[in-house]
Design a protein around this ligand. Structure first.
Ligand code: GDP
Length: 452
């Protein structure tokens, strides 16, 4: 994802610090300066970055840390906590409850991705058992109703709007009333945007809000505006009571860091991020798992969530069993590669894990990644059952590697590359050992454990 570069720079800085024989003032300062540079490059506000640096230095007082203390771990934890603090306003947003009618109103500038995001939000909840409906109260932009209608039809979500009526308040009220009668539990109202913040936009938003009394107002913002996000989010907040933010187009802009941190600073939590134009390119935004992923520590809670969502029910127990055993054989790797190639979305699931994401399957290089997986699988096709099921790392000696290379028509170095990949993934997998598999809805507890 777009912030991978930022994550990579921060992880490298931490790694360099960890490699130092002695952690002294200079090593710590070098590490913090490197992190500061990376954050500023991602357009995070200078003040936030400076505060973060000061706080870490306060927490990590090297003189006070006795020799026995694990300084590396304390510094890493402090960096992790400070990054979380930067993105977390510390106030959860309203969450709609299944079976109880909630009205959610979307606001934002034209082009921010509001209409697309309304459908993504509806689709996300529909998959989780809600009964959503969409109301198009955007009478300002020609074609807005057609767009919403098209998206809603594709996602099989009921919608309401009008080609004739020009009063957005009237449409919003009629739509909400109608879907309340139809027992929809999540009524989503898409409102008009403008090219820039102006009085007419805010007045219209206020009127629609007053008439429909939404339980939650979601402000949709394009991540490419970077630091300007702070002022924009604040301006919207002053006109309607924004309860949550969705940051879109996180797939395309290096300034995403600025948008995320600036929004959090306005005390509205970011609840989802848009990572592409497609309906499924939409992710729950949870600060701790996000920072874990950013730092290459993996997003275990997102991973488990996806397993429940994506893997067919009858295959879940087997996969989860293998996960908790922590034994990652070449055969398991083979099966998972096959899953990725066969099932598309499962690829998304594995992208949440360190190792599977940046190195093995970088976004934007799907074709190359697929070719690589197929190449590895051809090599594994020439392996014996003993080799595929072995947990003994010493088994793969030079003569076996030579035989496999010959059998698969590949070079020795290709086989070695595949085995290196296997070792790397096995290391990641081993972290799952003994993991308690949470039921749906227990994900955050898991992520707390993993990040502790
Ligand atoms: P609205 O005017 O705010 O309703 O914006 P639209 O929903 O019409 O979106 C404007 C453009 O942004 C469209 O081309 C969308 O496909 C695109 N878009 C929306 N969300 C995302 C996203 O998360 N990533 C990318 N790459 N494009 C997006």
């Amino acid at each position: 994802m777009v912030l991978a570069q930022l994550g990579g720079s921060i992880s490298r800085a931490i790694q360099q610090m960890s490699n130092a024989t002695v952690i002294d003032e200079k090593v710590l300062n070098d590490c913090l300066n490197e992190i500061t540079r990376a954050l500023l490059q991602a357009d995070v506000q200078f003040k936030l970055v400076r505060d973060m640096q000061t706080n870490i230095k306060k927490i990590v007082n090297l003189d006070d840390l006795a020799a026995g203390h694990n300084k590396r771990k304390i510094i890493q934890q402090a960096i992790f906590n400070e990054l979380c603090k930067m993105l977390d306003p510390g106030k959860p947003s309203f969450t709609p409850k299944k079976g109880k009618t909630s009205v959610v109103m979307f606001v934002g500038l034209q082009g921010s991705g509001k209409t697309t995001t309304c459908t993504k939000y509806a689709h996300y909840h529909q998959r989780k058992g809600w009964k959503p409906a969409l109301v198009c109260a955007d009478t300002f932009r020609a074609g807005a109703f057609d767009q919403l209608k098209q998206n809603a039809t594709k996602a099989k979500i009921p919608f309401y709007g009008s080609y004739m009526e020009s009063d957005p308040v009237k449409i919003a009220v009629e739509g909400v009333e109608r879907f309340k009668k139809e027992n929809c539990d999540l009524i989503i109202v898409d409102t008009s945007g403008r090219h820039k913040q102006e009085a007419a936009l805010f007045e219209e938003m206020r009127q629609v809000s007053e008439a429909t009394k939404p339980d939650l107002v979601i402000f949709v913002m394009d991540s490419s505006i970077g630091q300007a996000a702070f002022d924009q989010a604040q301006a919207f907040k002053q006109s309607v009571s924004v309860g949550a933010v969705i940051v879109t187009k996180m797939d395309g802009h290096a300034k995403g860091g600025g948008a995320l941190s600036a929004v959090a600073a306005t005390k509205s939590p970011v609840i989802f991020i848009g990572t592409g134009e497609h309906m499924d390119e939409f992710e729950v935004f949870d600060v701790k798992p996000f920072v874990s992923r950013l730092l290459g520590m993996g997003d275990w809670s997102g991973f488990m969530d996806k397993i429940h969502d994506v893997v067919p029910m009858d295959q879940q127990p087997e996969l989860l069993q293998k996960l908790t055993e922590g034994t990652f054989t070449l055969r398991i790797m083979y099966d998972q590669f096959q899953n990725i190639l066969n099932m598309g979305p499962i690829g998304q699931m594995f992208q949440m894990l360190p190792g599977f994401s940046a190195e093995l399957m970088p976004k934007g290089h799907e074709k190359e990644s697929q070719a690589k997986l197929k190449r590895y699988m051809t090599i594994m096709d020439s392996m014996t059952a003993e080799e595929l099921d072995s947990t003994n790392p010493k088994l793969m000696n030079a003569s076996r590697i030579m035989r496999i290379a010959r059998g698969s028509g590949r070079q020795v170095r290709d086989v070695e590359e595949m085995l290196e990949e296997y070792k790397r993934l096995a290391k990641v997998w081993s972290k799952m050992k003994g993991l308690k598999i949470p039921k749906k809805g227990e994900m955050s507890a898991l992520s707390r454990n993993m990040n502790a």
